[in-house]
Write a protein that binds this ligand. Structure first.
Ligand code: GDP
Length: 476
């Protein structure tokens, strides 16, 4: 139980309370102390093990060299706000799709493909249709490497700005090659050469200066040099990446967007990464599962299969998966369901664990930095002492920025209702000459609610005062 663990940790020289987080190393030490071997696994490792138990793996192309075929590069557009990311994505779409498809695009599904002639050959490119590095980073954080090339847009009349630098950092951290689009060159105040100079400071040296980054001057507004930009992307991909995938395996990909559609139910836009997805396939996407009932492309047309780098809307999941979730085809519906169920259970556990991390007097310091309010619930053996205690507590002289609030008070033992309220409002419970009911103690342990017992008023005052001043040391 928690107090035994706290005691064991104390013996190991770690001063912690039951609601505090400890490092993986400490956990392992604690395990040894208690006669267990603790293995700390990352969520990714855990998921890999889960898939392995079904004889599945995500992220590897099956077969050998001969099974791999060229696939289009997947491109993300990043850059500072108002530098023209959205306009550029629109402009590429209308320039390229408009030509091929009368009527153009009818749907924004989160990604689209265009075809452009480079060196006399038709080349396809996939663009992620949500600009900004937040989406990019969110997906990467979830282990989904969804982008091959980053286009960093810099407005020629504005120059390198904080989010430009952030975008560069994100792309470089992900080891994704960069093409720089120097935008708004239609403007009189445009200084494209200045941009080149600035970008050099971040390790992006233009080819014309002897570096290996391609810079293209464009106007997203006027549709100027869009073809050159597409060419630069293709050439950069060819020069630094070997983009190939096995189209002849069960499909795997990443969900880049998902929502609940009124008529169609859960809809997920999936970027296929390897294999070919077909109508009728059993799929699991994050903690959602189902069977591909329909697939729709960015033109709103139904498709029956989708090959690597192809984005498609998938209809047929029984619930909405998360953006950044991996999708994979499995042999049987049952397997898809089992994997989804296990992931779901894990997600619920993780959520529950997080919600248990309530406030205790010891971590008050950091808590107060966020909320600057300490909520208390006072229970005492008679109304006189409860009142006296409350009055004394409210009299504590504290920093004006910190507030002490008694949200509930009463006579009698600490009950489950008290614990519930404390959990819901991040409160600490004070029991004066009373104890907690057995069930309430259990619940407080489970929920991580701090209950403090006192029988001397000034002791209670001293401790609360010390906690408020951030001086309280853990008690064992
Ligand atoms: P985002 O925040 O990076 O997505 O930027 P937007 O695409 O929304 O563009 C911001 C503003 O700059 C809009 O008013 C655009 O019309 C304008 N803009 C974008 N590209 C160009 C361009 O090439 N030339 C000019 N003159 N304006 C542009």
């Amino acid at each position: 139980n928690p107090s035994q663990l706290v005691q064991a940790l104390f013996n190991l020289g770690e001063m912690v309370t039951a609601t505090q987080s400890v490092t993986p190393e400490t956990l392992q030490l604690l395990g040894e102390e208690m006669g267990f071997k603790v293995q700390v696994v990352s969520p990714e490792d855990e998921d890999r093990e889960l898939l392995e138990s079904f004889d599945l793996s995500f992220g590897e192309d099956e077969g050998g060299e001969d099974d791999l075929e060229r696939r289009p590069p997947v491109v993300t557009v990043m850059g500072h706000v108002d530098h023209g990311k959205t306009r550029l994505l629109d402009s590429i779409r209308s320039a390229k799709v408009g030509e091929a498809e009368a009527g153009g695009i009818t749907q924004h599904i989160g990604a689209y493909q265009v075809t452009s002639e480079v060196d006399g050959v038709d080349r396809t490119l996939t663009f992620i249709d949500t600009p900004g590095h937040e989406a990019f980073t969110a997906m990467r954080a979830r282990g989904a490497k969804s982008t091959d090339i980053a286009v960093i847009v810099v407005a020629a009349d504005d120059g390198v700005m904080p989010q430009t630098v952030e975008a560069i950092n994100h792309a470089q951290a992900a080891e994704v090659p960069i093409v720089v689009a120097v935008n708004k060159i239609d403007k009189e105040s445009a200084q494209p050469d200045k941009i080149r100079g600035q970008m050099t400071e971040y390790g992006l040296v233009p080819e014309e200066y002897g570096g290996d980054t391609m810079f293209v001057d464009i106007s997203a507004k006027q549709g100027l040099n869009i073809d050159s930009l597409l060419e630069a992307i293709v050439l950069t991909a060819d020069a630094s990446l070997d983009l190939r995938a096995n189209p002849d395996m069960d499909a795997q990909g990443v969900a880049i967007e998902a929502h609940l559609d009124r008529g169609r139910g859960p809809v997920a836009t999936v970027l296929i990464q390897r294999g070919t997805l077909r109508v009728g396939d059993s799929i699991v996407a994050g903690d959602a599962y189902g069977r591909v009932r329909r697939m729709v492309d960015e033109h709103g047309d139904d498709v029956t299969e989708a090959s690597p780098s192809r984005p498609v809307q998938v209809i047929g999941l029984t619930s909405v998966c998360g953006a950044g979730d991996t999708l994979m085809v499995v042999e049987e519906d049952r397997t898809a369901r089992q994997i989804a169920d296990r992931r779901n259970a894990r997600k619920r556990n993780a959520l529950a664990a997080r919600s248990r991390r309530r406030i205790s007097l010891e971590d008050l310091d950091s808590h107060l930095k966020e909320t600057s309010q300490l909520n208390l619930i006072i229970k005492g053996d008679n109304s006189g002492t409860v009142e006296a205690l409350e009055e004394a507590l409210m009299g504590i002289e504290i920093d004006d920025e910190v507030q002490l609030r008694v949200i509930d008070r009463g006579v009698g033992a600490v009950t489950e209702t008290n614990v519930n309220l404390a959990a819901a409002s991040d409160a600490v419970i004070i029991g004066f000459n009373v104890r907690a009911e057995g069930k309430a103690t259990e619940m407080a342990n489970r929920e991580g609610v701090d209950i403090r017992y006192y029988s001397i008023i000034y002791q209670a005052i001293d401790e609360i005062e010390a906690a408020l001043k951030g001086m309280l040391k853990p008690i064992y």
